[in-house]
Design a protein around this ligand. Structure first.
Ligand SMILES: C[S@@+](CC[C@H](N)C(=O)[O-])C[C@H]1O[C@@H](n2cnc3c(N)ncnc32)[C@H](O)[C@@H]1O
Length: 252
């Protein structure tokens, strides 16, 4: 599902780059820290840490080599291949462990959070954001609602259904059950303005992630029917949507 960095950037990376600085401002981590970004992908959050949090060191890890190849970030940043559930990082060595739009794709999020906790220093910040797929992520809500109308099987793939973790209370519970303190959850909403219908639709043809992965399985006729339904549903001209993420944070 996650292979090529460039199409991912056009699909969702560009919006994660808008979210990340807002998330980091909310965390308010002190300068000079050692940061770990888990599921860093093409480096949207990693780059924002380097640019805005004045870190001593930032490590971005992700299992997708194709994303790591495309990942760039200025400053004291290194990238490495790793799974969130088995981090190649020493115990109690990080001041902040963060993750953007990735935790719901990890098979065992509780195990990942246990790893975040293991590598975090006492009082370190552990934080993540995921899309509010069920409601506030409009780009994907329009997509899955139209897809399910044309193809009932698409409803099973809808991330709003598949990822129960991506709700305020589920995130709070995961963080609290991991024994973290000062747990807080915040909705973060950004504008996702598409120049025109092509700017909305073309990134769905890039094959990266569940929705483009679904489009890639469709025969031409079905793909065109989905495109036409979406075109009819979305505003003509500029498409001013919004995307909401749930952010969660706590301290070790
Ligand atoms: C939607 S992308 C988010 C990438 C980036 N953090 C961002 O905000 O743009 C989801 C990422 O989760 C990563 N991922 C999937 N399973 C993972 C796992 N078990 N451990 C760590 N990362 C994982 C994928 O490789 C992909 O890069």
């Amino acid at each position: 599902m996650w292979l090529a960095g460039d199409p991912y950037e056009r699909f969702v990376g560009r919006w994660s780059r808008r979210l990340a600085p807002v998330f980091l401002r909310w965390l308010g981590v002190a300068p000079g820290g050692r940061w770990l970004d888990v599921g860093c992908g093409t480096g949207a959050l990693t780059a924002a840490v380097a640019a805005t949090a004045d870190p001593r060191q930032v490590i971005g890890v992700d299992p997708a080599e194709g994303f790591l190849t495309a990942a760039t970030a200025g400053g004291p940043v290194t990238f490495a291949a790793a799974d969130a559930q088995a981090l190649p990082i020493a115990d109690e060595s990080c001041d902040a462990v963060v993750s953007g739009l990735a935790l719901n794709f990890v098979p065992d999020p509780a195990r990942a959070l246990a790893e975040f906790t293991r590598v975090a220093r006492r009082n370190a910040v552990l934080a993540a954001y995921v899309w509010d797929y069920a409601e506030g992520m409009q780009m994907l809500r329009y997509f899955w609602d139209a897809a399910a109308e044309l193809d009932p099987a698409a409803a099973e793939l809808d991330e709003g259904r598949r990822f129960p973790l991506c709700h305020k209370e589920s995130l709070r519970r995961l963080w609290t059950d991991a024994g973290l303190s000062d747990v807080a959850v915040l909705p973060i909403e950004i504008a996702t303005v598409f120049r025109d219908f092509d700017d909305y639709w073309q990134p769905f043809l890039g094959g990266q992630g569940p929705a483009p992965g679904y489009v890639a399985t469709l025969p031409d006729e079905s793909r065109q029917a989905l495109r036409d339904l979406l075109r009819a549903r979305l505003p003509a001209g500029t498409i001013p949507l919004t995307a909401r993420a749930w952010a969660v944070s706590g301290r070790r």
